[in-house]
Design a protein around this ligand. Structure first.
Ligand code: PDD
Length: 275
């Protein structure tokens, strides 16, 4: 039983006490969006950016929600969960249908759900697999419809991997639950923002810090072959921070461990989380 501190439609309780309707569109259609908001040593990482992305996700699929109320609920979960490091999962669905129907009723009320989990942020080394990006054409929306990611990540798991690197017709997109970075000895590269990737908040924090420090990076369109020639590669996300890729099981690479550009990025993110 999971007794995490949780909230459902504004009511706080233990996660195990929440009852949901099977006609929730989150359940029948994945008609919902979400955020994962990390906090470390009682510091919330990029709270405003997460709330603003959640607002954008709702807007993109025309869910109207009271974002101030959502912000307060996220803060309440963090402040009163009894943990000093962890993350909040917060989901907003279109609501509960009177009967399952693709076309939703206009007056349906949004359904909100969140819980907080204790989590310890620590450096990770990742073994990954390259795979076809099976997803839809609006990966910039943080939707809970994640079947493409799930199929790929679980076939990677069966090969002993921790994550995937996805590509669409040879163009690198992102990880299964993360953004991709790689470098040579001079510069850091990451796929540019488009509808094919999630605008990761960790990605954004890292790019802003690199800019401030005058460390060279380029956002662009990159191919599998660019990764093949890379000296270092890593994935970023709110829960992984900056995690180094040590092996790509289905690609011959020249990756070196603890490359100085990866180490710099890892230090930057450690400062953001732990200082
Ligand atoms: N996932 N791309 C995808 C597909 C993701 O699912 C995530 C994060 C990211 C990184 O975004 P951010 O830096 O804002 O966390 C990129 C979260 C952590 C998850 O689904 O659990």
């Amino acid at each position: 039983m999971n007794n995490s501190y949780a909230v459902y439609n504004g009511k706080f309780s233990s996660l195990q006490d929440i009852k949901i309707s099977p006609l929730s569109r989150a359940y029948t259609f994945s008609d919902s969006v979400y955020e994962v908001i990390p906090f470390c040593k009682s510091k919330i990482i990029a709270f405003d950016s997460h709330i603003s992305r959640l607002k954008k996700s709702c807007k993109a699929i025309h869910i109207s929600t009271d974002i101030q109320k959502v912000s307060k609920e996220v803060l309440e979960l963090i402040n009163n969960c009894g943990h000093d490091s962890g993350y909040v999962y917060f989901q907003i669905s279109r609501g509960i249908d009177p009967i399952r129907s693709h076309m939703f009723e206009d007056n349906i009320e949004a359904e909100t759900f969140g819980y907080v989990n204790e989590f310890f942020f620590r450096p990770q080394n990742l073994k990954v697999m390259i795979c076809d990006d099976l997803r839809w054409q609006r990966c910039d929306i943080k939707s809970t419809s994640l079947l493409g990611n799930i199929i790929s990540m679980n076939s990677a798991k069966s090969e002993g991997c921790d994550e995937v690197i996805m590509h669409k017709n040879n163009i690198l997109t992102e990880g299964g639950a993360s953004n991709i970075f790689f470098s040579d000895d001079e510069c850091i590269y990451t796929p540019e923002l488009s509808k094919n990737i999630l605008p990761g908040i960790t990605r954004d924090i890292l790019l802003q810090e690199l800019s401030k420090l005058g460390i060279g990076f380029k956002e662009g369109v990159y191919k599998i072959n660019d990764l093949k020639c890379a000296k270092s590669a890593w994935l970023t996300s709110s829960t992984k921070g900056v995690a180094e890729i040590t092996e790509i099981i289905n690609l011959d690479t020249n990756l070196t461990k603890d490359h100085f550009l990866f180490k710099k990025c890892s230090e930057i993110m450690s400062d953001i989380y732990f200082s």
